[in-house]
Design a protein around this ligand. Structure first.
Ligand SMILES: *Cc1c(COP(=O)(O)O)cnc(C)c1O
Length: 372
């Protein structure tokens, strides 16, 4: 069986057999073969956003949040001031990181079903000239909403502010072009749209910004400047690298390029998303977000309005059929999430929809007429 079970989650996700096979050997961290993989990887990641001429790729051990925290700590100087527009849990996490790292913080709140407004960001920057950086989540994975990166990058640039982008769940599937979208730093990780396994993040940092960031970081392990200069000097990772994760990401990127790169990955996810939303509508389940602001990455569905609905029981009934769902993350509504990412093959989405329908029937959940 290629997948046991299918992960309909936003990372870890279902990887290809070829990617999993790439981990069946060991590498020495000093070895030139391994360090060549790292070097190739850094170049390929930069090329995805056309950033080779302007930016540097700094990989980092750990999950995506480690890379976000490293980016904030390294890029924002100790007397910096970060504006964080909030419309979900990952934006909240960035705000928390700023507080813990002792970086001055201002937030602007939006509803969880409303994209960040560039005009509101512009007003906040005009109202407080001491703000030095904007930190934006591109696709807010807690709902699946897409924030308008280009408009916000334009506002930040016009006001001379740095922009830090958490592109964790969009990088590699939704277009970002460093030549036209100005950013100081953009963060993503191995186990999301690139379809590697989890375990390393990476930050694409504008070269001048990175060169001037020595001494900013309040952390040793999360200092991107130090990681970068060490890697350039020695070709090696500072501290033990996640060797198998690096090899798997390299293998996943080879397949990504063979399949047609960003355009093909984005199209595959958009197809999964459309098939998912249509299939769920046919069994009476409606997405939380209106279609125009829904990114084709992960979809939040409103739980059926039936007293007998219980996420755990529902999850287990779907899992028994070979599909792993993701819990909702809203405080106001009972929801669950379904990822559109990963190597799902032709049966992934249709099988998941069938499993959801069967699970709800088994649990006796009513009130699920097909939606128009
Ligand atoms: C996955 C994700 C992260 C990182 O989460 P980890 O659990 O640390 O990997 C950060 N931001 C967004 C938007 C994400 O989707």
């Amino acid at each position: 069986m290629e997948h046991s079970p299918y992960l309909l989650t936003p990372g870890p996700l279902s990887t290809s057999a070829r990617t999993r096979h790439s981990m069946l050997r060991d590498w020495g961290s000093w070895d030139a073969d391994f360090n060549q993989i790292t070097e190739r990887l850094r170049g390929r990641l930069l090329a995805i956003v056309n950033g080779s001429a302007t930016h540097e790729c700094v990989p980092l051990q750990g999950s995506g949040t480690f890379a976000v925290e490293a980016a904030i700590g390294t890029i924002v100087p100790r007397d910096g001031h970060v504006l964080v527009p909030l419309n979900g849990a990952y934006c909240q996490r960035i705000a928390r990181i700023c507080k813990v790292l002792g970086r001055r913080l201002t937030t602007i709140e939006f509803a969880e079903d409303a994209p960040v407004l560039a005009a509101a960001v512009d007003r906040a920057l005009a109202a407080d000239p001491s703000i030095t950086h904007v930190a934006l989540v591109h696709c807010e994975t807690s709902t699946g909403i897409l924030n308008p990166l280009q408009a916000i990058a334009d506002v930040a640039r016009a006001r001379g502010k740095g922009l830090i982008v958490d592109a964790m769940s969009s990088f590699g599937a939704l277009e970002i072009d460093a030549r036209t979208t100005a950013f100081d730093a953009l963060i993503a990780a191995s186990g999301k749209c690139l379809e590697g396994v989890p375990g390393m993040g990476f930050v694409l940092v504008e070269r001048g910004v990175l060169s001037r960031s020595e001494g900013n970081s309040p952390s040793v392990a999360l200092d991107l400047y130090d990681q970068w200069t060490y890697m350039n000097r020695t070709t090696q990772w500072r501290f033990t690298p996640p060797t198998h994760v690096v090899a798997a990401l390299d293998a996943a990127l080879t397949q990504y390029l063979e399949e047609g790169g960003l355009a093909a990955r984005g199209a595959a996810y958009a197809k999964n998303c459309a098939q998912l939303v249509a299939g769920m509508a046919a069994i009476g389940l409606r997405p939380f977000l209106p279609a125009p602001i829904q990114a084709p990455i992960i979809v939040t569905f409103l739980a059926p309005e039936d007293r007998r609905y219980d996420f755990k029981a529902f999850y287990n009934a779907v899992k028994a059929r070979g599909y792993i769902l993701y819990p909702g993350k809203l405080t106001t509504r009972e929801t669950f999430r379904v990822g559109c990412m990963g190597q799902l093959g032709p049966r992934g989405i249709s099988g998941a929809v069938a499993a959801v329908g069967e699970a709800l029937d088994e649990l006796g959940i009513k009130g699920r007429e097909a939606l128009a």
